[in-house]
Design a protein around this ligand. Structure first.
Ligand code: NAD
Ligand code: ZN
Ligand code: ZN
Length: 345
């Protein structure tokens, strides 16, 4: 049963970069064409939300805005236009909030790179509030019968690493390094295992490496205590075929080059705002491919959710209340979160 939506709702709002989010009442928005109003049940907290709060990236959101792009909730009202979701359906927002649908990227299955794309919790208000708007043409369809708290991290962390693994050109039986075992990385370990890869995890904290082993990594390296390039070259007898970097520190990006096998592929997911030194000689001499990868398409999302719904992926998630978002960001800065934390409304 759906109850009538109120005039206002409580949200965590970024009012100024580099300050805490403000928990306050905001006006309930009206769904426009192709949009739905969704009563949020849960929302994961991604490190991207922290970058948004800090104003870290060259492309910045405009405060005040509501972060959050791993939200799941129930459709309570539909705006004008044809929709293929109905009131009462369970949907999710995502980083890819909408796109133009007609450009060269949109019509060739690369819609995350659309120049007109809008980003959930960044250029559009997100799921750190009791209500959110979604574009029903882009909202994720949440499979029946799943645990919503565990499903939430799939909407960004899951789809992002799943897509990155798809474009890593790494086959079953080959080595895949997951560098950074946070919200994205601990799920990446699981997708890579499910895809038949031999998984190696790298982080700078032993508890993260323990989590990686729990999720199926066969070998782990603490980059704080030993040289990860050397350790991986030795273990794999010549380097890893694939490397996925989800770490939030620039140093991990250059290290990936030392971990790679000749002709290996390195995929960057992590988005620290800085730069890293890279040896041109090593890239050329090893014949490496280095590529960036941004979230995933609607099709990637459906596939990532399907892996999850079939029980192949089980994110490690703890819940918090909306009031605790600033504390969670503090723990995230310190690298003190196991897996993901999701707000439960
Ligand atoms: P998180 O804070 O949960 O995890 C980050 C992990 O990196 C932690 O485990 C930390 O210990 C580890 N780390 C830090 N320094 C390291 C180092 N030098 N070597 C190895 N590991 C190191 O963050 P998250 O939510 O997993 O997000 C990770 C990054 O991915 C962020 O920059 C985020 O903005 C980005 N991201 C990108 C996309 C995309 O589409 N490309 C999507 C979502 C998130
Ligand atoms: Zn995210
Ligand atoms: Zn487009």
């Amino acid at each position: 049963m759906t109850t009538a939506a109120p005039q206002e709702f409580t949200a965590a709002v970024v009012e100024k970069f580099g300050h805490e989010v403000t928990i306050k009442e905001v006006d309930l928005p009206k769904p426009g064409p192709f949009q739905a109003l969704v009563k949020v049940i849960t929302s994961g907290i991604c490190h991207t939300d922290l970058h948004a709060l800090e104003g870290d990236w060259p492309v910045k959101p405009n405060p005040p805005f509501i972060p959050g792009h791993e939200g799941i909730g129930e459709v309570v009202e539909l705006g004008p236009g044809d929709h293929d979701v109905a009131v009462g359906d369970i949907v999710g927002n995502a980083w890819l909030w909408t796109a133009c649908g007609t450009c060269e990227f949109c019509i060739t299955g690369r819609e995350t790179y659309c120049h007109q794309a809008e980003y959930g919790g960044y250029t559009q208000n997100g799921s750190f509030g009791q209500y959110m708007l979604v574009d029903t043409r882009y909202a994720a369809r949440i499979p029946d019968g799943v645990d919503y708290l565990e499903a939430a991290p799939i909407l960004c962390a899951g789809v992002t690493v799943y897509k990155a693994l798809k474009v890593s050109d790494t086959r079953p039986g080959q080595f895949m390094v997951i560098s950074g075992v946070g919200g994205l990385g601990h799920i990446a370990v699981q997708y890579a295992v499910a895809m038949g890869m031999r998984v190696i995890a790298v982080d700078v904290a032993d508890d993260k490496l323990e989590l990686a082993r729990k999720h199926g990594a066969e070998f782990t390296v603490n980059a704080r205590n030993e040289d990860p390039g050397e350790a991986i070259q030795n273990y794999t007898e010549g380097g890893s075929h694939g490397i996925l970097v989800t770490a939030v520190h620039e140093s991990a990006f250059g290290q990936a080059i030392d971990m790679a096998r000749r002709n290996g592929t390195i995929v960057f997911n992590g988005l620290p705002p800085g730069e890293f030194p890279a040896s041109v000689f090593n890239i050329v001499f090893k014949g490496l491919t280095i590529r960036g990868s941004l979230v995933g398409t609607r099709q990637d999302m459906a596939e990532a959710l399907d892996f999850f719904a079939r029980g192949l992926i089980k994110p490690t998630v703890a819940s918090c209340s909306l009031d605790e978002v600033n504390d969670v960001f503090e723990r995230m800065r310190a690298g003190k979160i196991d897996g993901r934390i999701a707000i439960q409304y």
